[in-house]
Design a protein around this ligand. Structure first.
Ligand code: ADP
Ligand code: 5GP
Length: 197
């Protein structure tokens, strides 16, 4: 069942999740929140996904994503190298399995920032994962953020908004909802959840 949380809740170490999945519609602020968490706490480990999408200005291979060709993505999938993968708004995205499993085996917390389809796959394969849904304060604000980011042409924004309607409807599937009104507040809440502060 989803719960809406708006304050910082202390989480005792024994009940801290090892694997946390952060999902939510495109433009809600997932990358911004994660970047804020990592600026203050560089030790927060985020899985770097593979994608067939091209880099946005400023995005670096191996840091924001592994930017791969369609053929390379086919191979990653065929070789079972991805923990989960999905097609989102015309591109494929997937989580490299090895790095995540190594971290989990070492008892270190892992954070995945992935779409709804990926979150569902993780829930199936790793039911112990904590699924966090990042929600916009309103639909209008989501449209404003996605458009205001200025990184996608209008037809891609339309595809992402169509996906967003489906993702928003899936919120009850998540363990917890955080409303992204304030980046600082959400980052603080997530840091507490993953056990960093
Ligand atoms: P996502 O990773 O979920 O697709 P981004 O992190 O790229 O979203 O954020 C989309 C846009 O919204 C960016 O321009 C970002 O600066 C802005 N944004 C993110 N969080 C907030 C917030 N709490 N208030 C206002 N703008 C925000
Ligand atoms: P963007 O192109 O805006 O970076 O990402 C588009 C969507 O793909 C976002 O919802 C993001 O969370 C998701 N995404 C990024 N990496 C992965 C991944 O490895 N797997 C899945 N399933 N989704 C991902």
């Amino acid at each position: 069942m989803a719960a809406t949380s708006r304050g910082t809740t202390p989480v005792p170490p024994e009940s801290r999740p090892r694997l946390t999945v952060l999902s939510g519609p495109s433009g809600v602020g997932k990358s911004t929140v994660v970047a804020h968490m990592r600026k203050e706490h560089p030790e927060v480990w985020l899985s770097v996904s593979a994608t067939t999408r091209g880099p946005r200005p400023g995005e670096k291979h191996g840091v924001h994503y592994f930017f791969v060709s369609d053929e390379e993505m086919d191979k990653l999938i065929a070789n079972g190298e991805l923990l989960e993968w999905a097609e989102f708004a015309g591109n494929r995205y997937g989580t490299p399995r090895k790095a995540v499993l190594e971290r989990l085996e070492a008892g270190e917390p892992v954070l995945l920032e992935i779409d709804l389809q990926g979150a569902r796959q993780v829930r199936e394969s790793m039911p112990e994962a904590l699924l966090v849904f990042l929600a916009p304060p309103s639909w209008e604000e989501l449209v404003r953020r996605l458009t205001g980011r200025g990184t996608e042409p209008p037809e891609v924004i339309e595809r992402r908004l169509a996906a967003a309607r489906i993702e928003l409807a899936a919120e009850p599937e998540f363990n917890l909802t955080l409303v992204n009104t304030s980046v600082e507040d959400v980052a603080r809440e997530l840091l507490a959840l993953v056990g960093v502060v």
